[in-house]
Design a protein around this ligand. Structure first.
Ligand code: HEC
Length: 272
């Protein structure tokens, strides 16, 4: 009797242990929780951080040549690029609407305008007063062209996502092959930084896909960092001026506190 019990227990163990192990293995394969973004060293972070103009310009180039094919930035106007603190600011043109570089950048885009006298909409070259347009006439068309997912407007994307620029840079440089066992629906791509790890945006950055004017090597990480820098600048173009004003205000307050204390001492010196 005892013997039989031992056999039964051993048999049960023999059957259940491998099954349990297998289950655990399968569980590890289908990890779908997003990874924490990598930490990038951005020049603009911290209370004294400033935007590296060359990086913002390179990031603009990446947005222009790659991302703008699917993503609008409808709250960012071309002229903002030429304002003080913008990547194409030129002291010769304090009014960015006069800046020929800005005019040329805007003119590269086609903007829908109208209606004309016949009630028809028409396309024209962009002007510095226009915003970065959507390449699709409406969200339905955008979804139809992207397997049902609508590419979001990127005007404030670094503010709209947790870990902002670190997330965007990780997402853009983080595509890998799906691990064995991960079920990827057709039209989706594996990206461990995206919630659910399956994203409808195909990988965008390949080494050398842009040629930087300043000679910087266009590695995937470099482009991801640059475009995240540009998008952060775009989400708050006045950030730099705001930080500088804040610093000036703090210095002023310190000097004022010193002066106040000095005059307090001077007034009371002879009254004690
Ligand atoms: C071929 C079209 C296409 C291009 C080009 C493209 N994207 Fe996307 N992007 C998409 C689509 C579609 C989505 C929505 C994905 C989803 O919800 O699964 C998306 C989503 C995103 C998101 C949001 C992810 C989230 O957390 O919701 C970011 C950020 C983004 N793209 C950045 C970029 C950047 C930066 C570039 C240029 C380097 C770029 N995209 C180029 C199609 C594109």
């Amino acid at each position: 009797m005892k013997m039989r019990l031992v056999f039964a227990a051993a048999a049960l163990l023999a059957v259940s242990v491998p099954a349990f192990a297998q289950e655990e293995e399968a569980g590890a394969e289908v990890e779908t929780e997003a990874l924490e973004p990598e930490h990038f060293h951005f020049h603009f972070e911290g209370p004294f951080g400033t935007f590296d103009t060359a990086a913002v310009q390179r990031g603009y180039q990446v947005y222009r040549e790659i991302c703008s094919a699917c993503h609008s930035m409808e709250y960012v106007y071309f002229r903002t690029l030429g304002q003080q603190g913008g990547p194409f600011f030129d002291e010769e043109y304090p009014n960015p609407n006069d800046n020929p570089v800005i005019k040329a950048l805007a003119a590269e885009f086609q903007i829908e305008d109208g209606p004309d006298d016949f009630g028809d909409m028409y396309m024209r070259e962009g002007r510095s007063s226009d915003a970065f347009p959507s390449p699709f006439p409406n969200p339905q068309a955008a979804g139809a062209a992207n397997g049902g997912a609508v590419p979001p407007d990127l005007s404030v994307i670094t503010k709209a996502r947790h870990h902002g620029p670190h997330y965007v840079a990780s997402l853009m440089s983080g595509y890998t092959d799906a691990p064995a066992g991960f079920e990827l629906q057709p039209g989706l791509y594996y990206n461990p930084y995206f919630p659910g790890r399956a994203i409808a945006m195909p990988p965008q950055l390949r080494e050398g896909v842009v040629t930087y004017g300043d000679g910087t090597e266009a590695t995937v990480e470099q482009m991801a960092e640059d475009v995240a820098t540009f998008l952060t600048w775009a989400s708050e173009p006045k950030q730099q001026t705001r930080k500088q004003t804040g610093l000036a205000v703090i210095i002023f307050l310190i000097v004022l506190a010193g002066l106040t204390y000095g005059s307090y001492r001077a007034i009371w010196r002879n009254l004690h």
